[in-house]
Design a protein around this ligand. Structure first.
Ligand SMILES: Cc1cc2nc3c(=O)[nH]c(=O)nc-3n(C[C@H](O)[C@H](O)[C@H](O)COP(=O)(O)OP(=O)(O)OC[C@H]3O[C@@H](n4cnc5c(N)ncnc54)[C@H](O)[C@@H]3O)c2cc1C
Length: 496
């Protein structure tokens, strides 16, 4: 049985592990980093281009980030946070592009696609207008445009306006420098850069089966992994730091680690499907990500949107997601994933969340049972002249929403992401999937802050500042810094 010694061990080859590995390698090129991925290649789960929507979430178009209170006042705080977090990703990706001097082309992973929010019906229009007025006063959103004029809307989104009746009225906002991101491509690019170092080792076809504290060495971890190809050899990994970036499966591995911080956590998996259009005549008439409002009772991740996607230089259109009920935690996972995640310590949280979210479960089961005709009806509200033969059904990745303890309801369901880390900073896991890959840099900086605090104080902070110029400062509060940083990233990443 082979034993590997590593300073940093990353489970999973998705965007989260790749981002953490890239940041750590640039901070200390001497670190021995091992990445273990069970599939034959990296970025084949949620990070794969067409397993997610590729929206560079910046709060420009997603209406669920700006709720209205009972008096119609719009709360823009979440949109500001997400915008500022996405700016960190843009800065780090710009740093990678610049440092590779022409070898990493931005258009291979990020492309300018305007972000629009479109709504119909008078109440929804009033909400959108109030949202626009609240957001565009802030420097991060000052470029947002508003229109309810048919001629302008026809220019912004011709395909949506073709064949549309004058009533109900439609209005939209637009931010021109929105992004479509191929998260799979940036993940593969980062791993290719990492592989230039002899200190980085990627083991694909390798499934981590167990994660335990090393007996007699409380601050070290002992991982057991099995090669799924070749001789099926078992590997032992001895390491002082583990990151569980296993997507939906991070919960299972976190439970195996038995850290007390993991107690009470559970997962609620949600599957997704898209309709995809490759017909060039339609594709060339739409260049935008158009988000609308979620139907009543729908979870925030099933807000319908019609997106231009650019995958390997080729544009296509994607509509969805149609969320659905599943018991798998990964696309390549097992039907028993949900059952296997039940533990005595999370049973109460799961029952509590289940009891309070029966409506959501019913909604997801209904969505999963939709007929092709019903799916097309949803698309027809965006594209009045939709033709079934232009669209093919495709399966997206899985999202495992977080269930956690709460005092009054036993357990609650959350739609964000959370880092669960051991108190000594020797292990961290990422749970949840929203806003997801867009904020991978901010999320992995949070892991570094939680788990590498002494190194940050001893010089890493200064190095981070060279890679991410706004690191340690607030883009929400500092308008001059935000304008400078944005100008630079938009130029470098060719988003203008
Ligand atoms: C339908 C949908 C739409 C989305 N849209 C967007 C969007 O528009 N914008 C956005 O920013 N985000 C979006 N997301 C979220 C985004 O895709 C995820 O947040 C992100 O890809 C998660 O990356 P990850 O590295 O954590 O996980 P993953 O990409 O799932 O990678 C985890 C990896 O771990 C491996 N693994 C698991 N268990 C083991 C094990 N035991 N041993 C070894 N390897 C293991 C898996 O094989 C996998 O490769 C969307 C997600 C979905 C599902």
């Amino acid at each position: 049985m082979a034993t590997i010694q590593a300073d940093v061990t990353l489970v999973g080859g998705g965007i989260m592990s790749a981002t953490l590995a890239m940041l750590l390698q640039r901070l200390d090129p001497g670190l021995q980093i091992v990445m273990l991925e069970q599939l034959p290649e990296v970025a084949l789960e949620s990070t794969a281009a067409l397993h997610n929507a590729g929206t560079g979430h910046a709060g420009y178009c997603e209406l669920n980030y700006t709720p209205a209170d009972s008096h119609g006042a719009i709360d823009i705080r979440r949109a500001l946070e997400i915008n500022a977090a996405f700016e960190l990703s843009l800065q780090f990706w710009s740093h990678l592009v610049e440092s590779e001097a022409g070898k990493l082309q931005p258009e291979s992973f990020i492309n300018r696609v305007p972000h629009l929010s479109a709504v119909w019906g008078e109440n929804n229009i009033a909400y959108l207008q109030a949202r626009y007025q609240a957001l565009q006063q802030h420097h991060l959103f000052s470029g947002m445009e508003w229109s309810s004029e048919r001629t302008t809307l026809e220019q912004w989104m011709p395909l949506l306006m073709t064949g549309r009746a004058a009533e109900p009225r439609l209005a939209a906002t637009r931010v021109n420098h929105g992004a479509d991101v191929n998260f799979g491509a940036i993940t593969r690019a980062m791993i290719t850069l990492l592989q230039r170092s002899p200190n980085f080792q990627l083991l694909t076809h390798t499934r981590v089966q167990d994660v335990r504290r090393r007996t007699g060495h409380a601050a070290r971890w002992h991982l057991t992994a099995r090669r799924l190809a070749g001789n099926g050899e078992t590997l032992q990994i001895d390491t002082p730091f583990v990151f569980l970036g296993a997507g939906g499966s991070a919960l299972h591995l976190l439970q195996k680690s038995a850290i007390p911080e993991a107690e009470g956590y559970g997962g609620f998996p949600v599957s997704g499907q898209w309709l995809i259009c490759q017909n060039p005549q339609l594709v060339q008439r739409h260049h935008a990500k158009v988000y609308s409002l979620a139907p009543v009772g729908a979870p925030p991740m099933s807000v319908p949107h019609l997106d231009t996607r650019i995958v390997d230089g080729k544009p296509c259109l994607l509509f969805g997601p149609y969320a659905g009920f599943t018991t798998r935690f990964l696309k390549h996972g097992s039907r028993l994933d949900l059952v296997k995640s039940v533990r005595p310590h999370n049973l109460k949280s799961l029952l509590g969340a289940g009891r309070h979210n029966l409506e959501l479960t019913t909604y997801l089961v209904k969505e999963a049972l939709q007929s092709p005709r019903q799916r097309l009806q949803a698309l027809a509200s965006f594209l009045p002249e939709v033709q079934a033969e232009d669209w093919q059904l495709a399966h997206a990745g899985k999202r495992v929403q977080i269930i956690k303890r709460c005092q009054h309801k036993w357990g609650k369901l959350e739609f964000g992401t959370e880092i669960v880390a051991a108190a000594d900073g020797s292990l961290a896991a990422l749970l949840g999937a929203s806003p997801g890959a867009s904020v991978s840099v901010k999320t992995m900086l949070d892991v570094i802050q939680r788990c590498f605090a002494p190194q940050l104080a001893a010089g890493w902070s200064a190095r981070l500042k060279q890679m991410i110029p706004s690191y340690g400062e607030s883009l929400i509060d500092d308008a001059e810094l935000a304008a400078r940083v944005r100008q630079q990233t938009l130029d470098t990443l060719k988003l203008v």
